[in-house]
Design a protein around this ligand. Structure first.
Ligand SMILES: C[S@@+](CC[C@H](N)C(=O)[O-])C[C@H]1O[C@@H](n2cnc3c(N)ncnc32)[C@H](O)[C@@H]1O
Length: 195
């Protein structure tokens, strides 16, 4: 049968915790797969904030959410900005309220140009954004981070995220990994449940 994929596990952690009417954040919108999952969970009365530094990613994601989420698409606010500025873009009323914040690091998959694939998440801004996520999450809200050690720079970013999660005080949250240990260069999941 096999274990569920890393992406499916990230979705499961989110599905277990996000309810209709909740607030959630997709910190790396990309093609909008996670954004669509979040919109369908929060529903038309919820609020989903999605960040990406590429306009094309936001356009693709918007079309996907319109296609897949019906009236829940109205809950989505897409923001063309780096996730490290999450706190400035999220209205203060949502700080400490998000049920989930999702990161899927690396580059935009299936991008049609090499230039687009060169735009990757960077350790320093990722760590700033992860720290901001702790302010955004509500108690028992979940932070999911899919890391990609396989591409250039990805291993260093994965190590930095793992070290960040490992040093979190237990009063801040509980951190775990979900990883295929026979495949060290395969993507893996780091998740934090906020206390
Ligand atoms: C692996 S893709 C995300 C895939 C996406 N979650 C999906 O479901 O299709 C990574 C995305 O992160 C974006 N990105 C890179 N640096 C970023 C930053 N500083 N802030 C926000 N997004 C960033 C890239 O443009 C790319 O679209």
């Amino acid at each position: 049968m096999g274990f569920v994929s890393v992406l499916a596990m990230a979705h499961k952690l989110v599905q277990d915790r996000v309810q209709p009417g909740d607030c959630a954040v997709d910190a790396t919108v990309g093609n909008g797969i996670d954004t669509s999952v979040l919109c369908n969970l929060t529903g038309p009365k919820g609020a989903v904030f999605g960040f990406d530094v590429q306009e094309t990613a936001l356009q693709t994601a918007e079309q996907r959410v319109r296609r897949e989420c019906g009236s829940a698409a109205q809950s989505l606010k897409l923001i063309l900005a780096s996730h490290e500025h999450m706190l400035q873009h999220l209205p203060a009323v949502y700080h400490g309220q998000a049920a989930a914040v999702m990161f899927n690091l690396g580059y935009l998959p299936n991008a049609d140009s090499e230039e687009t694939q060169r735009i990757i998440t960077e350790p320093q801004s990722t760590l700033t954004a992860l720290q901001a996520s702790l302010t955004v999450l509500r108690p028992r809200g979940v932070l999911t981070i899919v890391v990609y050690p396989g591409h250039a720079g990805g291993a260093e970013e994965a190590e930095a995220v793992l070290a960040w999660a490992a040093q979190l005080p237990s009063a801040t949250g509980q951190a775990m990994t979900y990883r295929m240990v026979q495949k060290p260069s395969a993507p893996y999941l780091i998740a934090v449940e906020r206390r």
